[in-house]
Design a protein. Structure first.
Length: 146
């Protein structure tokens, strides 16, 4: 199965892709909790607090994905994707921006795939997730002065 193929032949393929997305959401939660805990300096207090909120929102995304995987007849994964950490604040924020951009790209493809198997409620939820991911990206970019 090609994850970049916008047309799926069945819901089983969608379940597999959503489980891969779920692993990445789990990893984002951990990454953001870690980054918010280890950011140093008064200039980063506000973004550390915001990053903790983003971790909670990523948990919300994970719950949505798990619910849809279950609804589609699959079993939500408990495996965690790659967690990326860094030694300095700016590098952490750059990793977080990369994570958000990757998620936005994945979910954009996933919307078309969900449409191809007529899962329109999922399409709606994925659009909401993309909106939050874009807000996260903007927060991290603002913190870096980009």
């Amino acid at each position: 199965m090609n994850i970049n193929n916008n047309i799926l032949s069945n819901r089983t393929e969608l379940i597999d892709l959503l489980n891969a997305d779920l692993q990445i959401e789990y990893a984002a939660m951990i990454q953001y909790v870690n980054h918010s805990a280890v950011m140093k300096g008064a200039a980063y207090l506000k973004i550390a607090e915001e990053t903790r909120k983003h971790a909670e929102e990523e948990f919300g995304h994970a719950k949505i994905l798990a619910d849809y995987i279950n609804y589609l007849g699959g079993i939500p994964t408990i495996e965690i994707g790659l967690v990326k950490i860094a030694d300095d604040n700016d590098s952490m924020l750059e990793l977080d921006i990369e994570a958000e951009r990757t998620s936005i790209a994945r979910y954009t493809i996933r919307i078309e795939q969900a449409r191809s198997v007529e899962e329109f409620a999922l399409v709606h939820k994925l659009k909401e997730i993309i909106s939050e991911e874009q807000e996260h990206e903007l927060d991290f970019m603002t913190a870096l002065g980009i």
